[in-house]
Structures are given as C-alpha cells and as structure tokens.
Design a protein around this ligand. Sequence first.
Ligand SMILES: [Fe+2]
Ligand SMILES: [Fe+2]
Length: 232
Amino acid sequence: MELTRGNEDLERLNQELNDPETLRAYREPLDAYRPSFLPRILGSWLVFCGNLIYGEKPTYLKFRAVEVIARVPYHSWASSAYTLLTLFYSDEGKALKLSNLARYARFAQDNETMHVIVISQLARQEERAGFFRHTLIPMLFAFFYFWWSYVLYLANPRYSYELNYMFENHAFEQYSRFLEENKEALSHKPIESAFLNWYGRHPRTQYEFFQSVRNDEIIHRNSSIHEITPKA
Ligand SMILES: [Fe+2]
Ligand SMILES: [Fe+2]
C-alpha cells in the first residue's frame, strides 16, 4: 500500500482483511522483516517495558496505553515532513513525497485517535484505571517516543519507519491474541459509540470493533515498510 491512498481505500482494505486468507497473504511477506540495529533495540525496549508495566496478556487498559503511544509516530512524521518542507519547498519532487507522507500521517493519526478514544470508553466499563500506571506513564512514553521518532526521521527515515514496524507488529499480535482468547465474550457485547459514528465505522459488537483495530494495525505495520521498499 502506498501512502498516497485516501481513507476510503484504507477502509476498504480494512474490510477485506476480515477474511483470514486475505489477512494471511497480506501479513506473511513482511512477518520476517528484520529492522536495522538501532530501531530493533529501541522497539524491543519499548515492547519489553510495555510487557513489564502492563503484563504480557492483552487487556483493555493495556490497549489504552498502547493506543496513547501508537498515535505518536504519525504525529511526529507529520511534524518532520512540515519541518523538511521549510527546507525543500523549491524541490517539487521532494515536496510531493513529503506532502504524501503528511497526508497519510493525518489519516493514520486520526485512526489511532479513534482507537484510543473508543478503547478508553470500553476500558472504563471493564477495569479501573490508576493515574500513574494508566495515565502518567503512557503520557511520558508518548512524549519521549515523539522525539525519538521525529529525530530518527530527520536523521534517517528508515529508522523511524522500522521502529514503527516493531510497535505496530506488537499491537497486531496483541489484538489477534485478544480476539482469539475472548471471541465468545466479545461477540456478545454490543458497541455504541458517538466517536465511531463520527469516524464512519459501524461495528455491531466489540468483536467486530477489535477485529477492525487489529486490521488497522497490520495496515500500519506494512505501510511503514512499503514506504522504505515500495515493492515489499
Ligand atoms: Fe491503534
Ligand atoms: Fe497502529
């Protein structure tokens, strides 16, 4: 998938990925992708800290923390693109590339914002959030992650995309596991959300909602690598 795609294309792809065969074919070619050393270290550290603080098992509150942090790379890429446009505005080819990135980053950022808003509503019904663990720590992580991602992008965009690959891959695995382990219960929980209506997505149950989030994460993961190697 290329970054020039609009939201309608992303929503169509999301729907298609409900089919297990289509999902497998989309996922498998990039499952074995090996990021460079620096993003691998940073990404593994991020996942390790997440598991340490929130546990390895996926839960509503862990997802809430993941989603607070997941928005950040897209925000940082949009900022990096605008920063670079103050230097390269007279190079039309480069400006087009950066504007494409900024456009995609806006779509992805809105998508992650939808995840965090809806999931925090769902989490409120299920689990009690603590201020330090569930609000302050994700906020601090988001702050530092923004600057890593921003600086990495300016230094070498590949590093920033690969770091996001690692984070999104972890998110995808966690949602897949959550769906597998809670299929029955989630299928019986209807979902009502003003924000989802505004976003234009209409799942009937929590299962359908989390399935669509899982699909978003694999699209984010693959898009990061497609940006480095368009044919991958
Ligand atoms: Fe997300
Ligand atoms: Fe994501």
